[in-house]
Design a protein around this ligand. Structure first.
Ligand code: NAP
Ligand code: GDD
Length: 348
């Protein structure tokens, strides 16, 4: 079949699951990695084989959405059949601290990538299918349930940038007839979720408190409600969108929402502790403007793509706590043997 996919954001949670899925389907997978002073490929190390080994189908390229020339060069070199734009400064709270950078990467970065793909298509006469990682944050303060017809009302620089990227993508589909799908994905989590997003922050803290590695968990708004699903299910939806006959936009969600407080209850139940004894409010984790309730209606994805989620929220929390208990257990062993010093990590 010999299909080539380019994933921008391959080192992130979704990028790693998507790369696994595409490799299983026989694709040659190319991923863009940002240059960093430390290793940042932890989520894909298990699927990476040295490019000198025979049968390698995963290739990494240094690049950045803020560098249009570099993105263009990679697209020309890879000659992808499918491009997945998952690259982003994806933390909502941090986007209030770094609004310009967030807009540059999330909004203008998408435009740079679209231009690179458009020019490659013009020059090569090849078709490229493009997935744009949109977000339920774009609905912001609109009342739930939200679907493809719900207007956008973004509540953060991140969300406003995602709305801009959504409309850039839509405009390129309409203006140039490009095959572009906007996925409007509700929150999705996994054991690979970044440690500063609330579910992972909670499951990690529950595990660490249970093993005596931490004593407190500082959080912001416990009343916010989200429609949380499993990332592995959501990357399947991204791929399915690009296999459809026509490009279209799809909401991807479970249709069930829980509060941050309910997430705490489930996670601490797993380790048989009472969360109320450990959780304290820290106003640093409150946002200048909050999104109170996201609850998705994914009927269109179910009907047109045959997509549905396979993991419930309690199952997801259980999976994440089990993973974090294993990590905490390893850390405890290293500490007890004197191979690891106590250290603190800053978490938003
Ligand atoms: P993530 O774990 O934060 O991963 C983001 C990826 O983007 C990482 O590979 C990151 O690289 C890369 N990146 C950051 N800045 C970049 C830049 N300037 N140039 C190129 N790449 C850059 O996010 P995720 O949860 O996998 O989400 C994937 C995408 O879906 C994001 O666009 C996110 O905004 C969107 N989304 C996520 C959710 C969700 O609930 N997870 C829901 C809706 C939409 P490093 O590893 O080097 O940081
Ligand atoms: N991160 C974080 N840290 N969130 C907290 C905390 C805390 O200490 N305490 C309470 N919360 C609340 C936030 O205020 C928010 O209402 C909710 O928990 C979820 O926060 P996050 O897990 O940071 O996710 P998000 O919903 O803001 O954004 C995620 O989902 C979007 C899709 O709706 C990110 O993955 C975005 O990139 C994604 O687009």
């Amino acid at each position: 079949m010999n299909r080539r996919a380019l994933i921008v954001g391959i080192t992130g949670q979704d990028g790693s699951y998507l790369a696994e899925l595409l490799l299983q389907k026989g694709y040659q997978v190319h991923g863009i990695v940002r240059r960093a002073s430390t290793f940042n490929t932890g989520r894909i190390d298990h699927i990476y084989a040295d490019r000198h080994e025979p049968d390698t189908r995963l290739f990494l390229h240094f690049g950045d959405l803020s560098d249009g020339t570099g993105m263009r060069r990679i697209v020309e070199e890879v000659k992808p059949n499918e491009v997945y734009n998952l690259g982003a400064q994806s933390h909502v709270r941090v986007s209030f601290d770094e609004p310009e950078y967030t807009a540059d990467v999330v909004a203008t970065g998408t435009l740079r990538l679209l231009e690179a793909v458009r020019d490659y298509m013009l020059g090569s006469k090849q078709t490229v299918r493009f997935y744009q990682a949109g977000s339920s944050e774009m609905f912001g303060s609109e009342a739930p349930p939200q679907n493809e017809k719900t207007p956008f009302h973004p509540r953060s620089p991140y969300a406003a940038s995602k709305v801009a990227a959504h409309w850039f993508a839509t405009n390129y589909r309409e203006a140039y007839g490009m095959f572009i799908c906007n996925g409007i994905l509700f929150n999705h989590e996994s054991p690979r979720r970044g440690e500063t997003f609330v579910t992972r922050k909670i499951t990690r803290a529950a595990a660490r408190i249970k093993l005596g590695l931490d004593h407190k968990l500082h959080l912001g708004n416990l009343d916010a409600k989200r429609d949380w699903g499993f990332a592995g299910d959501y990357v399947r939806a991204m791929w399915q969108m690009l296999q459809a006959d026509q490009p279209d936009d799809f909401v991807v969600a479970t249709g069930v929402s829980h509060s941050v407080r309910q997430c705490l209850e489930l996670a601490f139940q797993e380790v048989e502790l009472d969360w109320k004894k450990y959780v304290e409010l820290d106003s640093r984790y409150l946002r200048p403007a909050e999104v109170d309730h996201l609850l998705g209606d994914a009927s269109k994805a179910r009907e047109k793509l045959g997509w549905q989620p396979t993991v419930t929220f309690p199952e997801l929390v259980k999976m994440m706590v089990a993973h974090d208990l294993e990590l905490a257990g390893r850390e405890q062993t290293l500490r007890l043997s004197g191979q690891l010093q106590e250290g603190r990590r800053h978490a938003w």
